[in-house]
Design a protein around this ligand. Structure first.
Ligand code: NDP
Ligand code: 2IT
Length: 450
C-alpha cells in the first residue's frame, strides 16, 4: 500500500525524470496531467494501491525498428521508426503516425501519453498510442514516399491489427501516405480489415475524417462560447499551420461567420486582413494538399503580407487556434495574446502551448481549450471509421458530422463536470484531465496488477 504523502507532484516528477532522462516533451505532458489529478489520487486509496500513476506513465510497449528504402537516385536510405503502444486499458491502441525530421522517442511518448486521455474523453473504446519516423517527406517524390511507406509497413504490420493497434495520420502523414501504408498491409496479409484509419473513401475510409479535427476544434470552441452566452459570428481568429487541422478549422470558422486572418507553415505566416474566404481557402487547399507548396504563394497571389520565419500570435483577434505543432506559443507569445485581449486559445495541435504560456493565459482569465479535448474530433471520427469497418457499412457525411458534433458536445460537458472556475473562467485543462483519467484508471483498477 502506498501512503498518501508519497503523492506529491514534485516528488513524482523527480522520479519520472530520473526514469526518463532527456525527454522534456514527455515530462511537460505528464506534469500537466499529474498536476490536475493528484488531488483525486490523494482522495482515492484504490488508485494509490494500484500504483495508477506509475503504471499510466510507463508505456505498455515501445517498438523501435529500422526502415530501409531506396531513393530515386538509387541510394539506399535508412530511417528509424517507432510505435509507442502506451495504454490499451479501454480499447485497442489508437493514435497517429508522424513523419517529420525531428521525430524522436520523446515526442512520440508525449503524444502517446496525451492520446490515452484524449481517446478516453471521446467516450469511444480506444486505447492510446503514437508512432512515426524521422523520415523527412519534404522534397521527396511520390515514388520515394511510397517506397518509404511500404518499407515501414513491412515491419509495422506485425504489430498492428483491428483489435490490437490501429494507426492513423498526423504531421506528414495524410491520405497519400495512408493509401501506401494500407496497400502494403493488404498485400502482406491478404486481409482487407480496418487496421488503419484516415483511409481513402474508396477503400474503407469514413466520410468526414479528413475534416474532423479542424471542424471538431471549432465545434468545441462553439460549445465553450455558447456556455458563456457568446457566439462565433462576426468574430476574428488567428490560426497557425496550413495542414490538415488548420485548413478544416478555417473552413468551419468561415461557415460559422468567423473571419480567419492568418495561416502559416514552417517558413512563416501570411496575414490577410480581409480574411481567408472560402475562395481563397480553396487556393490554400490546392497549394498545400495537392502541390505541397510554400505559404508565401498565398501572399503572392492575394497581395497580402508574408512574415518570413515568424508565428502569427502578434496579430490582434478574438480567438487563437494553434494548429501546427508542439510548443509554438511560448511565454512571450502568450503575453502578446494577453495584451491584444484575445478571448480564447483553442489547441488544434497537440501541446502547442508551453507550460509557462498556459500559466500566463490562465492568470489573465483567458479561456483555454486544451488539445486533448479540443482536437479529439479527429480520433473520434477515426473511432467511427473503425465502427463502420467492423460493420462493413458506410455512413453519410451528415451522419458522421452529427455524431462528431454530439461527441464534441459530450467532451465539453465532461470537462465542465470535472472542472472548477479559476480566474473567472472554466478550467478546461483540469476538467479534461480528470475526465479522461478517471475512465482509464477505473479500468486499470478492475484488471488488478497487470
Ligand atoms: P500536417 O502535416 O497536415 O500539417 C502540419 C502543419 O504544421 C504544416 O503547415 C507544417 O508546416 C506546420 N508545422 C509542422 N511542424 C512545424 C514546426 N516544427 N514549426 C512550424 N510549423 C510546423 O499535420 P496536421 O495538420 O495533421 O497536424 C497538426 C497538429 O495537429 C499536430 O500537432 C498534430 O499532432 C495535431 N493533430 C492532428 C490530428 C489529425 O487528425 N491530423 C488530430 C489531432 C491532432 P510545413 O509544411 O512547413 O512543415
Ligand atoms: O493526435 C491525434 O489525435 C491524431 N493524430 C489522430 C489519431 C487517430 O487515430 O485518428
Amino acid at each position: 500500500m502506498t501512503s498518501k504523502s508519497f503523492y506529491d507532484l514534485d516528488c513524482f516528477m523527480h522520479g519520472l525524470k530520473r526514469r526518463n532522462p532527456a525527454e522534456p516533451n514527455f515530462h511537460q505532458a505528464v506534469h500537466e496531467v499529474v498536476e490536475s489529478v493528484i488531488p483525486l489520487i490523494r482522495e482515492t486509496q484504490a488508485y494509490r494501491d494500484a500504483s495508477i500513476l506509475e503504471r499510466l506513465t510507463e508505456p505498455d510497449r515501445i517498438i523501435t525498428f529500422r526502415v530501409t528504402w531506396m531513393d530515386d537516385a538509387g541510394n539506399t536510405r535508412v530511417n528509424r521508426a517507432w510505435r509507442v503502444q502506451f495504454n490499451n486499458s479501454i480499447g485497442p491502441y489508437k493514435g497517429g503516425l508522424r513523419f517529420h525530421k525531428d521525430v524522436d522517442l520523446d515526442t512520440l511518448k508525449f503524444l502517446g501519453f496525451e492520446q490515452t486521455f484524449k481517446n478516453s474523453l471521446t467516450g469511444l473504446p480506444m486505447g492510446g498510442a503514437k508512432g512515426g519516423s524521422n523520415f523527412n517527406p519534404k522534397g521527396k517524390s511520390d515514388g520515394e514516399v511510397m517506397r518509404f511507406c511500404h518499407a515501414m509497413m513491412t515491419e509495422l504490420q506485425r504489430h498492428i491489427g483491428e483489435d490490437t493497434d490501429v494507426p492513423a495520420g498526423d504531421i506528414g502523414v495524410g491520405g497519400r501516405e495512408l493509401g501506401y501504408l494500407f496497400g502494403q498491409y493488404k498485400r502482406l496479409n491478404n486481409r482487407f480489415a480496418g487496421v488503419l484509419t484516415g483511409k481513402g473513401l474508396s477503400f474503407g475510409g469514413s466520410a468526414g475524417r479528413k475534416e474532423a479535427t479542424g471542424h471538431g476544434a471549432v465545434y468545441f470552441l462553439k460549445e465553450i462560447l455558447e456556455h458563456q452566452g457568446e457566439g462565433l459570428s462576426g468574430k476574428t481568429a488567428i490560426v497557425s499551420g496550413s495542414g490538415n487541422v488548420a485548413l478544416y478549422a478555417i473552413e468551419k470558422l468561415n461557415e460559422l461567420g468567423c473571419k480567419t486572418l492568418t495561416a502559416s507553415d514552417s517558413s512563416g505566416f501570411i496575414f490577410d486582413p480581409d480574411g481567408i474566404t472560402d475562395e481563397k481557402l480553396e487556393f490554400l487547399k490546392e497549394l498545400k494538399e495537392v502541390r505541397r507548396g510554400r505559404i508565401h504563394e498565398y501572399a503572392d497571389k492575394f497581395g497580402c503580407e508574408f512574415h518570413a520565419g515568424k508565428r502569427p500570435w502578434s496579430v490582434k483577434a478574438d480567438f487563437a487556434l494553434p494548429c501546427a505543432t508542439q510548443n509554438e506559443i511560448d511565454a512571450e507569445d502568450a503575453r502578446e495574446l494577453v495584451s491584444n485581449n484575445v478571448h480564447a486559445v483553442i489547441e488544434g495541435a497537440n501541446m502547442p502551448t508551453t507550460a509557462d504560456a498556459v500559466l500566463i493565459l490562465q492568470q489573465a482569465g483567458i479561456t483555454f481549450g486544451p488539445a486533448k479535448a479540443a482536437n479529439a474530433g479527429g480520433v473520434a471520427v477515426s473511432g467511427l471509421e473503425q465502427s463502420q469497418n467492423a460493420l462493413r457499412i458506410a455512413w453519410t457525411h451528415e451522419e458522421v458530422d452529427n455524431r462528431l458534433q454530439g461527441i464534441m458536445r459530450g467532451i465539453h460537458q465532461k470537462c465542465l463536470r470535472h472542472s472548477e472556475e479559476v480566474h473567472g473562467t472554466v478550467d478546461y485543462i483540469k476538467g479534461a484531465n480528470i475526465a479522461g483519467f478517471t475512465k482509464v484508471a477505473d479500468a486499470m483498477v478492475a484488471y488488478g496488477a497487470v
